[in-house]
Every structure is written in structure tokens, then in C-alpha cells.
Design a protein around this ligand. Sequence first.
Ligand SMILES: C/C(=C\Cc1cc(O)c2ccccc2c1O)CCC[C@H](C)CCC[C@H](C)CCCC(C)C
Ligand code: SAM
Length: 277
Amino acid sequence: MVYAANSNLLPYNSPAICNRMASSLPLQLRLPPPTNPPFLRHRPIQCAADRQALFNRIAPVYDNLNDLLSLGQHRIWKRMAVSWSGAKAGDCVLDICCGSGDLAFLLSERVGYDGKVTGLDFSQEQLSIASSRQNSLSKPCYNNIEWVEGDALNLPFSDGTFDAITMGYGLRNVVDKRKALEEMLRVLKQGSKVSILDFNKTTQPITAAIQEWMINNIVVPVASGYGLAEDYKYLSKSINEFSTGKELEELALEVGFSTSRHYEISGGLMGNLVASR
Ligand SMILES: C/C(=C\Cc1cc(O)c2ccccc2c1O)CCC[C@H](C)CCC[C@H](C)CCCC(C)C
Ligand SMILES: C[S@@+](CC[C@H](N)C(=O)[O-])C[C@H]1O[C@@H](n2cnc3c(N)ncnc32)[C@H](O)[C@@H]1O
């Protein structure tokens, strides 16, 4: 069930599919046409509305491209993030920037029937995919998940609500990382943890070069086959503008978390920040 929890969000409505290219794609990968007029299509992805539109646009192929482009590894990274969150049976947990629900489903299995999972995102198209996956997936425990359309920078939850919080590939995409961490701290119970998975802005030149090369020479060309080159070009820019693991650790402590630790994974291509209240 998807419901709007934050009514001042302007939902993005994609028009019916009419892109000539879409008709040559298998049905499940057909995309709504770009909604921006041509002269705006290459406008840099900057503000929250641009990012909301991007994730609405890529929603139909997001999961498939993640599996293809990471050779399925992203599912391992997400399992690690959920494990680091400390979520356990019966807990009330939150997945912020849940997208199509990958981490929310993993949390659901962890907290079980007696637990509760809330998946929050501001993309209607992503939440719609998450909700339909919930309905079609086999595990009964998935009934413990609710999907909330909301803003990570203004969480519609009371202070001290959650026993654990995850955020997978979201912190790099919000326009105010500090505010996002402040909101996580506010809604987290005392003594509980947040686990934040994302690309790692590495300080190792060789790793940075490999990461950049793979995105520019594999990820973007594959995405361009779906008319999404500009959307996936944003990946490199967002990583360059992101914070290093050390900077994220320091920011979490500044915001008020009592401990913070950033773990590099997959050779430093990815990273996971764990902070406790
Ligand atoms: C799940 C992953 C990325 C999610 C994701 C995050 C974003 O901020 C995006 C922004 C714009 C478009 C798409 C995304 C997006 O999908 C990580 C895996 C999927 C990546 C697209 C693939 C990245 C490849 C790595 C650089 C190297 C993978 C090495 C692996 C061992 C083969
Ligand atoms: C790369 S996707 C990650 C999805 C999922 N967590 C995963 O790991 O696959 C980033 C998600 O963050 C959401 N997002 C970005 N900024 C947001 C904000 N301010 N509030 C809520 N969701 C936001 C996007 O709509 C998108 O679904």
C-alpha cells in the first residue's frame, strides 16, 4: 500500500509510453518518454526535483540494470548493510530512500512477522515497483512492510521511533546530507544504529580511476541503450561531489551520533557508514 505521507511533495507523473525506441524494447523494459523538452534533456541533474524525476524515469529498468551492471554483487552489499544495521526479530525499522525496496525486503526477513518495516521514498514510480514486487513476491513476512511517499529531509515520523535504519544509495542523492543525518538521528531510538550503503568516494587514485572507467565505459554505454545515458552519467558526478568515508564519519559525529565507522567494501568501490545514537 502506497500512501502520501508528505503532501507538499509534488509527485512526478510520467506520460504514457510513446517513445519510438520503447516499442523496440521488450515490454518489461519499455520506458516512459523523457518528460523534459529536448533543450532541457541535458540540463545537469541538480535539485531534488531533478533527482526525483531521474529516479522516476529509470524505475522500470533500475533493478535489472543494477543486477546486470554489478553482476549481482549489489545484492551482497545490501545484505551487508542490513546486517550492519543490527535489525533483529520484532524490531520496528526504517529504510530511507527505499526505491524499489531491496533493503526493505531484506529487513522484512530479518524482523519477521512480529516486526515492522517502513520503506520511504519520494519517487512514486520507485514505490510503485516496490509495492508490486511486494504483492508478487513469495514471502509472507513481506506483509510487514508499508511504503511511504515522503522526504528523507523531513521524515514524517516521531522522535525515537525506529530500532534500526538503513539507507542504500540514498545519502549521495539527497541535496542536504547533514539534514538527512539529523533526521535519521531524530527518529532513531537511543542505542540503535543507522547503516548507510553507497558508492565510496575513494582517496586511492587507482581505485577512483577504475570506478570512473567502469561507469563511463560500461555503465553509461549500457544505459544509453535504454535512452538513459544522461541519467547514468549523473553517477560519476554524484560520486565526485560525495564525501569520503572519513568525512562521513566526522559528519555523523558532528550531527550527534555517538559512534561512526565507515567500512570500504568491494575493493573500495563501495562503502558503508555505520553510526549509533
Ligand atoms: C545498486 C547500485 C547502484 C544504485 C544506483 C545509485 C544511484 O545513485 C544511481 C544514480 C543514477 C542512475 C542509477 C543509479 C543506481 O543504479 C550499485 C550497482 C549498480 C551500478 C549501476 C553499477 C556500478 C558498477 C561499479 C562501478 C563496479 C561494479 C563492480 C562489480 C564487482 C562488477
Ligand atoms: C539509487 S536509489 C536507491 C534505492 C534503493 N535504496 C536501493 O538500494 O536500490 C536512490 C533513491 O533515493 C530516492 N531519494 C532521493 N532523494 C530523496 C529524498 N530527499 N527523499 C526521499 N527519497 C529520495 C530516490 O527517489 C531513489 O529511489
